[in-house]
Ligand binder design. Structure first.
Ligand code: SAM
Length: 298
C-alpha cells in the first residue's frame, strides 16, 4: 500500500516479503493465496485468520494448483477458503477494467507483475499492434487505448474469451483475437510478409529448471528473430522473459544474436523489470526474474 497500489496488487511475494513459498494477490475485495511448501500449507488456517482480521476480504480463494508442491509431498489444489468468491473479479489497472478469472485463469488469475510495463507500452503503440502470448489481454487493452488495431494472440481459447470479455467491458472495438501457437503464427506472418507497427512478446517461462536453458534460449531466439522481421521499419518490438534462469546477460546476448541474424538495425530504447509490488531480494537472485525490453527496429 505504501507503493500507492489500492485496487489490485501482490500483497505477499514469498521470500522477498520474508514469507518463503507464500503468494497472496489482492483483486479488489478478493484475496487469492498460493501455498508452495509444506510449512506454509500447514499454517494456511492461521494465515487466513490473519488476513480476515486485518483486511476483512469478501472472500479468499486458494490457487495451489502448481506442480512444484509435489516436491513437498503435497497435492495440487484449488478451493474456496473463506467467504464468497465470484468466478470473475473486477479490477481496475491503469484505468482499465479487467475481469480476473481467479478460479481458472493462469497462476492466481492475472499477471500483476507487468502493471507498469503495460502502461509504458502506450507510447510505443500506434497503427497495428500484435500482442503475442496475450493471456487475458493486459497488454492488448493498454495498446488499444492508442493503436488503430490490436491482434491478440494466445494458444488458450479460454484466455482469448477473457480478452474479448475485457475488450467489451471497456468498449474497445479495435481488438481481434487469434488462437494459435505464436511460433507458427509469427512464421506465417513472416511468410506472407505481414508486418506490424508494434509486436509484443510476453511468453511463459520457457525454462523452469537450469537443465532446460539451452532449449529455452533457442525458443526465445526463434520468436525474437521472427518478430524482428515482422516489425515495420521504425516500429517497436517489446520483448519479455519471466524466467530467472534466462539472466539479463543471456537475454541481451540472445537479442544481439537475433538482431544480427535478422539483418535489421535494432536499438534498445527502454529496459524495465517487474512491478514494485514484486520486489527483488538482493540475496536471492531468483526473485529478480522479469526482463522487459523495448527495441526499435529500423
Ligand atoms: C506470461 S503469460 C502472458 C501474460 C500476458 N501478456 C499479460 O499481460 O497478462 C503467457 C501466455 O502465453 C500463452 N502461451 C503459452 N505457450 C504459447 C504458445 N506456444 N503460443 C501462444 N500462446 C502461448 C499462455 O496461454 C499464456 O496466456
Amino acid at each position: 500500500m505504501k507503493l500507492g497500489y489500492k485496487n489490485c496488487y501482490r500483497m505477499v511475494f514469498a521470500e522477498a516479503d520474508n514469507l518463503p513459498a507464500l503468494i497472496i494477490d489482492k483483486y479488489g475485495e478478493i484475496l487469492v493465496i498460493q501455498c508452495l511448501s509444506l510449512g506454509i500449507d500447514l499454517r494456511k488456517k492461521m494465515i487466513c485468520d490473519c488476513l480476515i482480521r486485518l483486511f476483512n476480504p469478501k472472500g479468499i480463494y486458494e490457487r495451489s494448483d502448481v506442480s512444484v508442491r509435489k516436491k513437498e509431498g503435497l497435492q495440487e489444489i484449488k478451493q474456496l477458503l473463506y467467504g464468497e468468491v465470484p468466478d470473475y473479479c473486477k479490477i481496475n489497472e491503469n484505468g482499465i477494467d479487467m475481469l480476473v478469472d481467479v478460479k481458472n485463469g493462469q497462476k492466481t488469475g492475472y499477471f500483476l507483475d507487468q502493471k507498469e510495463n503495460r502502461f509504458a507500452i502506450r507510447k510505443y503503440c500506434k497503427g497495428e499492434v500484435l500482442d503475442c502470448f496475450c493471456n487475458s489481454g493486459g497488454f492488448s487493452l493498454n495498446a488499444a487505448t492508442v493503436a488503430d488495431s490490436v491482434t491478440a494472440c494466445d494458444i488458450s481459447e479460454l484466455a482469448l474469451k477473457n480478452v474479448r470479455d475485457n475488450a467489451a467491458l471497456n468498449g474497445f472495438k479495435n481488438i481481434t483475437t487469434l488462437c494459435g501457437d505464436v511460433f507458427q503464427v509469427l512464421r506465417d506472418f513472416k511468410k506472407r510478409n505481414v508486418k506490424f507497427d508494434t509486436v509484443i512478446l510476453d511468453p511463459p517461462a520457457f525454462c523452469k529448471t537450469a537443465d532446460e536453458i539451452r532449449d529455452a534460449y533457442r525458443g526465445y531466439k526463434d520468436i525474437n528473430l521472427t518478430a524482428m522481421k515482422t516489425v515495420k521499419s521504425g516500429g517497436f518490438l517489446i520483448t519479455c522473459s519471466c524466467s530467472h534462469y534466462m539472466s539479463s546477460n543471456m537475454f541481451e546476448k540472445m537479442l544481439m544474436e537475433a538482431s544480427r541474424e535478422s539483418g535489421r538495425t535494432v536499438r534498445s530504447v527502454e529496459v524495465k523489470t517487474q512491478a514494485p509490488d514484486h520486489p527483488a531480494l538482493l540475496c536471492a537472485d531468483e526473485t529478480q526474474y522479469l526482463k522487459f525490453y523495448v527495441l526499435q527496429i529500423i
